[in-house]
Design a protein. Structure first.
Lengths: 301, 355
């Protein structure tokens, strides 16, 4: 039982990170029909921004603030990269969704190569406070502190995003745009500004996801390719949850995180495949598509 | 504006030139990708052979992407399947060449049909994401080295005494392997030409332009989309077989990574989607630049550049990605599109002059 609870806890933490990565993608797609490959780049840049800021701080800054500053840097870094991407590359291509997808593909390839050239292919170690490496125990259930951070971040973002999308003027514009973009435009509302905003929000969440992924799941390591491998799971979460649905991303993120975690533990050892968790997620995707091609919460495609 | 005759003549001449290239010992400075500046040096022929392989794969991918409008990001799954199934049959099971080839073809066909059928349950962007996910799953599977079949991250070198002597040992047989790669490209070209000119091929284009209309005409798009997917994936698998003969080893990060899929998309878009010569030119140009830029980055004068120039310029992938972004922004339709606009402009000028 304690094993099940420990697994469930880390699965939820993984799900929270998937949600952070996927919800931005889903919003961007819902509003703009852009499948944003550069989301992987935003995640990687977020992690690198955190690393860069942390290495410039004096060594004595070892406390909890270190992590807060890193998270802040990741969020700002991701948002900034997203804003520049939208304004410089996506904006000139409005009305050509395929060209927009292709441009983000080229950008992602170029950015990964640049990071490989600048920082080398070896992983960098992110300085973190000692507290986040430790774990608590309740009975025999192990609760790593870094998982708490991911879950807390996920909850904060879900609440903030729901509030923003339901209670603020811009949020309502975005939701209306996801529902029916032409109608919003016909009402004389500037959808272009909403496009940039959605990219900035998505980029900020991606930056956060990238940094948290390093802290929670890759032993505080930062590497140029981490964003791209996370991106593929984010895609899977978006499709299972339903394109354009935040709630779908949240539910699907949790499901995918839990399935992956449990499959890794129980099936990984038996099937002799260390990657069985990853395979099980793709299998889950195939099953969901056969049963409900538009995803759990999606509109008809 | 259709000029199949001119295209055919240029293509035939290019093929003929490529065919006799290994006999031309011409010294050409600067532009060759090999270390030695001679046209038929081993290094240059190796790079050209690789160019042909990916030009063929890009051409096959264009059937699905350019002609049918399916942005699949799973083409690398079928490429890697060709590489590994063939490699395993020869190296681990010691099968004779013919049997290994037939087995690879059968499995590749089944894989194309099954993965295609499941992925085509969804359309549009969801299809793109799903194909990407399947390709990534395949990557994980190979990386895991199930039952010691794939060698995991270390890869699986091709080693077989059942191969005819002119195909084994990559170093001594550069020429014959070069011809095999060229043959693959020519056969692919003929197949793609026949498919896209056939009535089925015209339905592909109709689906790309307006799927609903095809349905209204009483045709089921699913079957045609599956056909396009399967043709593309079979060509990709065949390319994988030639690739592993040429390179002599299969490593997951080189043959199954998402980066390779994205590269193939870039090749087609650079050359011009839904253009046969475009895809071939794009494929050749991409691989050539990739290899050539590596050579340039290794030059001693290069090391004296300041870091902010040297670091980006030493990464071929960065330069190719940047070129691609510029193309998408400023050259819609790729090289083929640019050529078409040039011709149109000339025709317009002629008409204006005639008046």
């Amino acid at each position: 039982m304690s094993v099940v609870l420990s697994l469930a806890f880390s699965g939820v933490a993984l799900g929270a990170i998937y949600f952070l990565a996927a919800s931005g993608l889903s919003l961007i797609y819902g509003l703009m029909d852009v499948l944003n490959f550069a989301h992987g780049m935003f995640m990687t840049l977020g992690a690198y921004a955190g690393w860069d800021v942390a290495t410039h701080l004096p060594i004595s800054w070892g406390g909890a603030w270190l992590l807060v500053i890193e998270i802040g840097a990741a969020v700002v870094g991701g948002a900034l990269a997203a804003a520049i991407t939208e304004l410089v590359l996506i904006r000139p291509l409005y009305g050509r969704p395929l060209a927009q997808v292709l441009v983000t593909i080229g950008l992602d390839l170029a950015a990964v190569a640049l990071l490989l050239g600048g920082f080398g292919s070896n992983s960098l170690t992110l300085p973190v406070p000692l507290w986040s490496i430790e774990a608590s125990r309740i009975g025999n259930v192990i609760l790593p502190h870094s998982d708490f951070i991911a879950i807390a971040a996920g909850i904060v973002v879900v609440v903030a995003l729901e509030w923003f999308l339901r209670r603020t003027r811009y949020g309502i514009t975005i939701r209306a745009g996801v529902e029916n973009r032409e109608m919003v435009r016909a009402l004389g509302i500037d959808v272009g500004r909403a496009f940039t905003l959605v990219f900035v929000i998505g980029g900020a969440m991606a930056g956060l996801a990238g940094l948290l992924y390093s802290v929670v799941f890759s032993g505080d390591l930062v590497s140029p390719l981490q964003g791209d491998s996370l991106l593929i799971f984010a895609f899977i979460v978006v499709v299972i949850g339903g394109l354009g649905s935040i709630r779908g991303s949240a539910v699907a993120g949790l499901i995918v995180g839990l399935v992956q975690d449990f499959a890794n533990y129980y099936l990984g050892a038996h099937a002799g495949l260390a990657q069985f968790g990853n395979l099980s997620v793709v299998l889950l995707l195939a099953v969901v598509l056969e049963w409900r091609p538009r995803g759990l919460f999606g509109r008809a495609l | 504006m259709k000029t199949p005759r001119i295209g055919l003549i240029v293509g035939a001449c290019a093929t003929l030139l490529a065919l006799v290239l290994p006999f031309i010992g011409l010294h050409v400075p600067w532009i060759l990708p090999g270390v030695v500046d001679v046209v038929n040096s081993t290094g240059t022929l190796d790079v050209l052979a690789l160019c042909f392989v990916f030009a063929g794969v890009a051409l096959g991918y264009d059937v699905m992407f350019g002609y049918t409008g399916l942005l699949s990001l799973g083409v690398v799954l079928h490429f890697a399947a060709g590489v590994y199934i063939f490699d395993i049959a020869l190296t681990l099971w010691h099968w004779p060449l013919f049997l290994a080839l037939s087995w690879t073809a059968a499995v590749a066909l089944a894989l194309g049909l099954v993965v295609g059928a499941v992925s085509l349950r969804v359309s549009g962007i969801a299809f793109t994401m799903v194909t990407l996910a399947f390709a990534q799953a395949f990557y994980y599977l190979i990386e895991d080295n199930p039952h010691g079949l794939t060698g995991g991250d270390d890869g699986l070198s091709l080693f077989s005494n059942r191969l005819p002597s002119f195909l084994s040992g990559a170093v001594s047989n550069t020429r014959s392997l070069y011809w095999v790669a060229l043959g693959f490209l020519v056969v692919t070209g003929v197949v793609v030409w026949v498919v896209t000119e056939s009535s089925t091929g015209h339905v592909f284009v109709a689906i790309r332009d307006n799927e609903r209309r095809v349905e209204v005409l009483g045709l089921r798009p699913f079957g045609f989309k599956l056909a396009a997917y399967t043709v593309s994936s079979l060509i990709a698998s065949a390319g994988g077989v030639v690739y592993v003969l040429l390179i002599g080893t299969a490593v997951p990060s080189a043959v199954a990574a998402t980066t390779l899929t994205l590269s193939i998309v870039i090749m087609v878009v650079l050359g011009g989607a839904a253009s046969r010569w475009g895809a071939v030119t794009g494929g050749i140009l991409y691989i050539y630049l990739q290899q050539y830029l590596v050579k340039v980055a290794a030059e001693p004068t290069f090391a004296s550049l300041p870091a902010f120039l040297r670091v980006p310029l030493s990464q071929p992938q960065f330069l190719l990605g940047a070129i691609f972004v510029i193309f998408v922004l400023f050259v819609p339709g790729g090289l083929a599109g640019a050529l078409l606009r040039l011709r149109m402009a000339r025709a317009r000028r002629k008409m204006a002059a005639a008046k």
